[in-house]
Ligand binder design. Structure first.
Ligand SMILES: NC(=O)c1ccc[n+]([C@@H]2O[C@H](COP(=O)([O-])OP(=O)(O)OC[C@H]3O[C@@H](n4cnc5c(N)ncnc54)[C@H](OP(=O)(O)O)[C@@H]3O)[C@@H](O)[C@H]2O)c1
Length: 230
């Protein structure tokens, strides 16, 4: 099945965790800088995040008051006319993300200006679709109540011509991609920190799979490992 090339790009702790307080420690700062540098220089068509990461990083929990909208639109994919550029692809099963604009607002040029793109299941309120249309945010459907990752990726490639994307967390969406055998490469920036017991691993709910090391670099004293799926 045709789909974009997916590189899962993450900061991990020494014990392969990707969420939690360790990310905010001083000892993690250099790894985070290297992570953003790699993100900025990646030659991709954009990045994917799970709903939780998008909310924490970009929408900050905002949700619009859609009850007052009187239009409900049908559940068919929505493609605005002037769609181009660099995409911020949100896997947002039930339509919970409250965007204020169809572009990411962020000082980092690796994120700022990216075209917001929603991947939804059909279990979404029609009023939310109307709200996305008002903001001219493109959306596609991929599944009835849960997002079928391979169907979503197939549509991104065949309808939107998206060739390559970074998968940038968190643990749950990474795990879902891994289980769907939809990751081609790993780009891991290792922070010299051990995480606490509540932190989640690189792939939540993982299955056994094999990768081979293709590159090991030290960038500004930070270990960066690249693996390819076998
Ligand atoms: N270390 C790093 O480099 C890095 C990078 C990014 C984020 N993070 C951290 O990751 C944390 C969030 O990670 P997380 O694991 O809690 O959440 P997540 O992976 O960011 O998002 C999970 C959510 O994505 C939605 N989703 C859509 N399709 C899905 C599918 N097929 N399978 C699973 N989920 C799907 C679901 O939303 P619904 O609940 O609405 O259904 C699910 O709850 C943040 O706190 C952030 O700090 C770390």
């Amino acid at each position: 099945m045709q789909r974009p090339y997916i590189t899962c790009h993450m900061v991990t702790s020494l014990d392969s965790k990707v969420t939690g307080d360790f990310l905010f420690r001083k000892e993690c700062e250099k790894a985070t800088e290297v992570y953003y540098d790699i993100n900025r220089s990646a030659k991709c068509n954009g990045f994917i995040c799970g709903r939780t990461t998008m909310e924490e990083s970009f929408t900050q929990g905002y949700f619009p008051f859609i009850e007052n909208l009187d239009e409900v639109v049908d559940r068919v994919d929505f493609i605005p006319d002037d769609l181009s550029g660099f995409y911020a692809v949100a896997f947002d099963t039930n339509g919970k993300l409250g965007w204020k604009s169809n572009r990411i607002i962020d000082d980092d040029p690796g994120y700022g200006g990216a075209q917001v793109f929603e991947v939804l299941s059909e279990n979404v309120d029609g009023k939310y679709l109307f709200y996305l249309q008002m903001l001219e945010i493109p959306y596609i459907f991929a599944g009835e109540t849960e997002i079928d990752i391979n169907l979503a990726l197939h549509k991104l490639k065949t309808i939107y011509n998206i060739d390559s994307l970074l998968l940038e967390g968190g643990s749950e969406i990474n795990g879902a991609f891994e289980r769907a055998d939809a990751i081609d490469e790993l780009s891991l920036v290792i922070a010299p920190v051990v995480a606490d017991k509540d932190s989640k691993s690189l792939f939540n709910d993982s299955v056994i799979s094999d990768y081979e090391l293709i590159k090991a670099d030290t960038v500004n004293g930070v270990l960066v490992l690249n693996y390819k799926k076998i």
